[in-house]
Ligand binder design. Structure first.
Ligand SMILES: *[C@@H]1O[C@H](CO)[C@@H](O)[C@H](O)[C@H]1NC(C)=O
Length: 159
């Protein structure tokens, strides 16, 4: 038995379209804080989805500890928040947070939290020649905890 070629092509097209649709749903869920959509363009949301896929993570709300650091580094690279030397670019990070964070009341505590993380763990970060993202381990975990604490909404908390 051999399937006519046209049917195979149609199946592949349908599959690709379905997967594309699925990705958009994922990105939507992944770019919210307290149930409010972050101020991100589709391109910026796409970067989050790409980094999740690259790191084999299902959701920003359930990141396995061993995958967190490289996911963070992926985001930093895609959003160009690093200096030419591979260090964290503090100015770019803070203006990025200012621009995308929603809801508004989260901006200040988010920036304060990230500032503390950078002060405590930021100097260690050197993503060049760090294929396993070890230098971002502490800073990444710290920023993740801040985001999680501030952005997880009550319905998620109860799960
Ligand atoms: C949302 O982001 C765009 C750039 O992507 C920026 O121009 C705009 O000012 C931002 N809006 C808010 C409310 O921060």
């Amino acid at each position: 038995m051999c399937l006519p070629k046209v049917e195979i092509v149609v199946s592949v097209v349908v599959l690709v379209v379905m997967m594309g649709g699925l990705q958009e749903v994922v990105a939507q869920e992944e770019t919210m804080c307290r149930g409010v959509a972050l101020n991100m363009t589709d391109k910026q949301k796409g970067m989050i989805t790409e980094c999740l896929t690259e790191s084999k993570i299902k959701s920003v709300w359930k990141i396995p500890a061993d995958k967190l650091s490289c996911f963070g580094v992926c985001i930093l690279k895609k959003k160009e928040l690093l200096t030419a030397e591979g260090k964290l670019d503090h100015d770019k990070i803070f203006s990025y947070v200012e621009m995308v964070m929603k809801p508004d009341e989260v901006k200040k505590p988010m920036k304060d939290g990230i500032e503390k993380c950078l002060k405590e763990h930021g100097d260690k970060v050197q993503v060049k020649d760090d294929t396993k993202c070890m230098t971002f381990l502490e800073a990444g975990q710290c920023v993740h905890d801040v985001f999680f604490e501030l952005c997880m909404d009550d319905s998620r908390r109860r799960r």
